[in-house]
Every structure is written in structure tokens, then in C-alpha cells.
Design a protein around this ligand. Structure first.
Ligand SMILES: [Zn+2]
Length: 103
């Protein structure tokens, strides 16, 4: 397992002396299969530094299709009838909201 290190340029020789190797593709120093990272501790990236992008959960997707579209005159009708049929109980309520009763 590779452990990448944040080695300042001024300390690269010391890191190399301790066994760190250079990854030219990533442009980072690393150590591989080191049982004890104590000697490299000061160069270890902070928790969540290099792994941040991979560990971050994807943001919740908010699509237009997931939203309930309502008009400005929308309201909840708490009645068991079909709102487009209407009944004696909710008819007046619906009309009071500006909706015309079915002809
Ligand atoms: Zn009703």
C-alpha cells in the first residue's frame, strides 16, 4: 500500500534518506509497505486531505422532476371526495379559495 506524503522541497533529501520514493505521475513522495510510519509522521497528509474528494458523499440530487409543482392557488383539501367532483362539505371551501364549482 502506498502512503503519499507532503514533503516540502527543502526536506526531500531527508525523506529520500528515510526511504521515501518519488511518484513522478502524481508529483508526490510516497512510502510503500512501511510497517511504522512514525518517521514520516510530519509529512503525512492531514486526515481527509488527499482522500477528501474520494470520501465526500455525493450531494443530494435535486431535479425539477423531483419537485411537486403547484400553482399560487394551490391548497390542501382535507375531504374524502374527489376535488373535481365536489361535495356539500368542501364545495364552499373550494369556492372561498377562488375556485369555481363544477357546472
Ligand atoms: Zn368534499
Amino acid at each position: 500500500m502506498k502512503t503519499y506524503l507532503r514533503v516540502p522541497f527543502a526536506e526531500k533529501d531527508e525523506a529520500k534518506r528515510l526511504g521515501a520514493r518519488w511518484d513522478p505521475a502524481k508529483k508526490l513522495w510516497y512510502v510503500q509497505n512501511v510497517p511504522n510510519l512514525a518517521a514520516f509522521e510530519r509529512w503525512l497528509p492531514a486526515q481527509g486531505d488527499l482522500v477528501e474528494a474520494a470520501a465526500k458523499p455525493a450531494p443530494a440530487v435535486r431535479t425539477k422532476a423531483a419537485q411537486v409543482q403547484t400553482g399560487p392557488r394551490y391548497f390542501e383539501l382535507h375531504c374524502d371526495c374527489q376535488p373535481w367532483v365536489g361535495c356539500a362539505a368542501c364545495g364552499p371551501v373550494v369556492e372561498a379559495r377562488g375556485w369555481r364549482a363544477p357546472a
